[in-house]
Ligand binder design. Structure first.
Ligand code: PRX
Length: 649
C-alpha cells in the first residue's frame, strides 16, 4: 500500500484565508510543546473568566499520582461563555438551526432566544431542588431542549450525564444510579426516520429498578404528544414549569476544575464507565479545536450529524460551536429518511458550509451509488469532516468527490470520549491530506507509538498509540472511581496515557489509526465492550457461555459476531437465535444487535481457561488459513469444529 498514492495538497484559497497556514501551524505547534504554560495561558483568553487563572498547568501522568489540573484557580461559567457574551454582538444571529425528522419541520433559534430559554430552564431546575454539584441525567431526542438542558445545568453548576436515546431502560437505570441523579430530563417520544421511540416509557421502566429511587423528578418535554403514563408528584411537564420562570438566572461561578459533565463509554472490561470532564480546560479545548480544525469563519453554517448522546455531540454540536458564536445545525432524524438524499437536501435547505459526519454514514450512502445525492447541489459546502472510526480511502474519495463536489478538504479527526476534543487531524489551511490518515497532532498533543513493553518507537513504524503529556480537554477521572481511571489509562505504560488504539506512522510523520487493540468494538462509530454483550448473553437461561468479537463489515466498519455455547439439553434453533438477538437489543439497546450468531459446542481456550479471541476473530473474518499456533489450546479440535460450522454472514 502506498501512502503517497493520493495526496491532496492544501488549496491556495484555504492557505490564504484559514486560521492557520503551514508556517503558523508549525510555529504554534512547536510553541505548544516547548512552552505549554505560555501557550495555554494565551489560549485561555478566548474565554470570559469571572476570575482569570494564574495557575495554568498542573498535571501528572505518573502511575502512582495521576492528577490533571488546568487553569485551576480560574473561575468561569460555561453557559455564560456560550450565550451571554454573544448577546451584544450577535444576539439576533441564529445559534441553533433545528431540522426535524420530518423535512417540513425546522426552526431557527437566535442567541437571545437560546439565552432566555436556557435561563428559564435553569430557574426551573432550581425550583426542582437542583443546585451546584447535583447530577442530572438527560435522555432526550435531538431537539433544542437537549442543548438547553446541557447549558442550563452548566449555568447553575449542575453536572449533566447525557444517555444516548437508543439505550435501553437498564442502561438508563445503571447510569442514573452510577451518577446519583436526582432528576431525569426526557421527552414523551423521540422521532427518527418516521418512527416513534418511547423515551418516557423507557424512563418509567428504568426507574422501577432497584437503586433508582435517588431520582426524585422526571421533567418531560412534549415532543409528539404521544400517550404516556404519568406519575403524580414525580413527573413534571417541561413547558409548564419552564414557561413561568424568569429569563434571567445569575450564572454560577465555577472553578475551572469543577465537573461539567459525565459521559459513559464502554471499555474492554466491566460496565460502562462515566468519564468526568471539567469546566475551564474542556471549554478552551473544545472551542479552540472547533475554530482551527473546521476553520470556522464568522457567519458560517456548521453541521455535525452526531447525536448529543455521544461526546461528538457535546463538543462539536453544543459547546465548541456555541462558545465560538457559531450557527450550529441540529438534526433530529436519520440520513436515510425520507430518502437517501436527505443529507444533501439539508445542506441545500440551510446553506450548510461545514459538514462533519461519520464514515459509516458515508459508506451507507456510497452503497446507493453516485446518484444518491442528485436531489441536491451542495455548492455551499466548503469543508467536510469525518469522525468515529477509521475512514477507508475508498469512502474518503467518494465523500470528497460525490458529496463535496471535489472542492472541499476533508478533516479526518481522531479522538475519543476520554480526550474531550480532537487530537489528531489536519488543519485545512496547513496540512496536505492523505485519504485514510488522521494526519498530524493538534496543538499541545504529544502522540507516540510504543511496543507492548512500552518502548518508544521512532520514525515510520507501527505500534500502540499513547499520549505523552496532558492537554486541557482530557477527562480527569472516572466518576466515583479514580483508581479505575488510573488502571485503565495509565497503568499499561507508566507515565503515558494509553488510548487503546493501534496506529501506524508513515515517513512524513502522518498517523494512520488502525483500530482498537483491546476488546472494544466500534460498530457504525458506536463504541461497545465485548464484555458487556457477553455478560448480557450469559444472563439468558439457555446460554452457558458466549464470546463476542468484531469482524469487518462493509458499512458498519465492524459487525458483531457472537459464539454461543448452549446449556445441556437446549436445542440450537433459528428461533433461539432471534430470541437472543432480541435479548441483547432489549438489555443494551438496538446498537448492540448481533450481526451473526454461531453455535459453538466449545470455545478455544488455553489450558488456564482463557478464551483465545485472536482465533475467534480470524474465524469470524473468514481468515481461517492464518490461525497461527493453536497447540497451546486445551482442546485444539474445537477450532476445526468452529471452522466447519462457520456461520454464513
Ligand atoms: O478507535 C478510535 C475510534 O473511536 C474510538 C473512540 O470512540 P468514542 O470514545 O466513542 O469517540 C468517538 C468520537 C470521538 C477511538 O479510540 N476513532 C475515533 N475517531 C477516529 C477513530 N478511528 C480512526 N479514525 C478516526 N478519525
Amino acid at each position: 500500500m502506498s501512502d503517497q498514492q493520493n495526496v491532496y495538497p492544501v488549496r491556495d484559497d484555504f492557505a490564504a484565508n484559514a486560521w492557520a497556514d503551514k508556517a503558523k501551524y508549525e510555529a504554534m505547534y512547536q510553541q505548544s510543546i516547548d512552552d505549554p504554560e505560555g501557550f495555554w495561558a494565551e489560549q485561555a483568553k478566548r474565554l470570559d473568566w469571572i476570575k482569570a487563572p494564574s495557575k495554568i498547568k498542573n498535571t501528572s501522568f505518573a502511575r502512582d499520582n495521576v492528577d490533571i489540573r488546568w487553569f485551576e484557580d480560574g473561575l468561569l461559567n460555561v453557559s455564560a461563555n456560550c450565550l451571554d457574551r454573544h448577546l451584544d454582538k450577535r444576539g439576533d444571529q441564529t445559534a441553533i438551526i433545528w431540522e426535524g425528522d420530518n423535512p417540513d419541520d425546522s426552526k431557527h433559534i437566535t442567541y437571545r432566544e437560546l439565552y432566555a430559554r436556557t435561563n428559564q430552564l435553569a430557574n426551573a431546575l432550581k425550583e426542582l431542588g437542583i443546585g451546584k454539584g447535583d447530577t442530572v441525567t438527560l435522555y432526550m431526542p435531538m431537539i433544542p431542549e437537549a442543548a438547553m438542558a446541557m447549558l442550563a445545568c452548566s449555568r447553575i453548576g449542575a453536572v449533566h450525564s447525557v444517555v444516548f436515546g437508543g439505550f435501553s431502560p437498564d442502561a438508563v437505570a445503571q447510569r442514573v444510579i452510577g451518577a446519583d441523579s436526582k432528576l431525569v430530563i426526557t421527552a414523551d417520544e423521540s422521532v427518527r426516520g418516521g418512527k416513534h421511540v418511547p423515551l418516557k416509557e423507557n424512563v418509567d421502566a428504568a426507574l422501577t429498578r432497584d437503586g433508582t429511587d435517588v431520582c426524585k423528578n422526571v421533567l418531560v418535554v412534549k415532543r409528539t404528544g404521544g400517550e404516556i403514563d404519568w406519575k403524580e408528584g414525580r413527573d413534571v411537564w417541561f413547558d409548564e414549569l419552564v414557561d413561568k420562570q424568569s429569563s434571567e438566572c445569575e450564572p454560577e461561578a465555577m472553578g475551572a476544575e469543577d465537573p461539567l459533565f459525565i459521559l459513559y463509554t464502554s471499555g474492554s472490561t466491566g460496565a460502562p464507565k462515566g468519564l468526568k470532564h471539567t469546566t475551564g480546560g474542556y471549554l478552551t479545548y473544545a472551542a479552540m479545536t472547533h475554530q482551527y480544525v473546521f476553520d470556522y469563519q464568522e457567519g458560517e453554517i456548521y453541521w455535525c450529524t452526531a447525536d448529543v448522546g455521544w461526546v461528538t455531540g457535546h463538543s462539536y454540536i453544543v459547546y465548541g460551536p456555541l462558545a465560538n458564536g457559531a450557527t450550529t445545525l441540529m438534526f433530529e432524524g436519520v440520513p436515510s429518511y425520507p430518502t437517501h438524499g436527505r443529507m444533501g437536501d439539508i445542506v441545500d435547505k440551510h446553506n450548510v458550509n461545514i459538514l462533519y459526519t461519520a464514515p459509516t454514514a458515508v459508506r451507507a450512502l456510497m452503497a446507493h451509488g453516485d446518484n444518491v445525492m442528485d436531489s441536491s447541489k451542495r455548492d455551499t459546502l466548503r469543508l467536510l469532516g469525518s469522525v468515529g472510526e477509521p475512514i477507508n480511502p475508498e469512502a474518503w474519495e467518494w465523500f470528497y468527490r460525490v458529496i463535496g463536489n471535489e472542492k472541499c478538504p476533508i478533516v479526518d479527526t481522531w479522538w475519543q470520549t476520554e480526550t474531550g476534543g480532537i487530537m489528531i487531524a489536519p488543519l485545512p489551511g496547513a496540512t496536505p491530506l492523505k485519504p485514510g490518515s488522521a494526519t498530524v497532532p493538534f496543538f499541545g498533543v504529544k502522540p507516540a507509538l510504543v511496543d507492548n513493553e512500552g518502548n518508544k518507537l521512532e520514525g515510520a513504524t507501527e505500534g500502540n498509540l499513547v499520549i505523552l503529556d496532558a492537554w486541557p480537554g482530557q477527562a480527569r477521572s472516572i466518576w466515583g472511581d479514580h483508581e479505575r481511571y488510573v488502571q485503565t489509562y495509565f497503568s499499561t505504560y507508566d507515565g503515558m496515557y494509553f488510548t487503546g488504539d493501534g496506529c501506524r506512522r508513515d515517513e512524513d510523520g502522518y498517523y494512520w489509526i488502525t483500530g482498537r487493540v483491546d476488546d472494544v468494538l466500534n460498530v457504525s462509530g458506536h463504541r461497545m465492550g465485548t464484555a458487556e454483550i457477553e455478560s448480557s448473553l450469559v444472563a439468558h437461561s439457555a446460554v452457558a457461555e458466549a464470546a463476542v468479537v468484531g469482524f469487518p463489515h462493509d458499512i458498519k466498519g465492524q459487525g458483531i459476531y457472537i459464539y454461543v455455547t448452549l446449556n445441556d439439553g437446549i436445542e440450537a434453533t433459528d428461533e433461539l437465535k432471534k430470541e437472543l438477538t432480541q435479548w441483547v437489543r432489549k438489555d443494551i439497546g438496538p446498537i448492540a444487535s448481533p450481526d451473526v450468531i454461531q453455535w459453538a459446542p466449545g470455545l478455544p481456550k488455553t489450558r488456564s481457561g482463557k478464551i483465545m479471541r485472536r482465533i475467534l476473530r480470524k474465524i469470524a473474518a473468514n481468515e481461517c488459513d492464518g490461525l497461527g499456533d493453536t497447540s497451546t489450546l486445551a482442546d485444539p479440535s474445537v477450532v476445526d469444529e468452529l471452522i466447519e460450522h462457520r456461520a454464513n454472514q
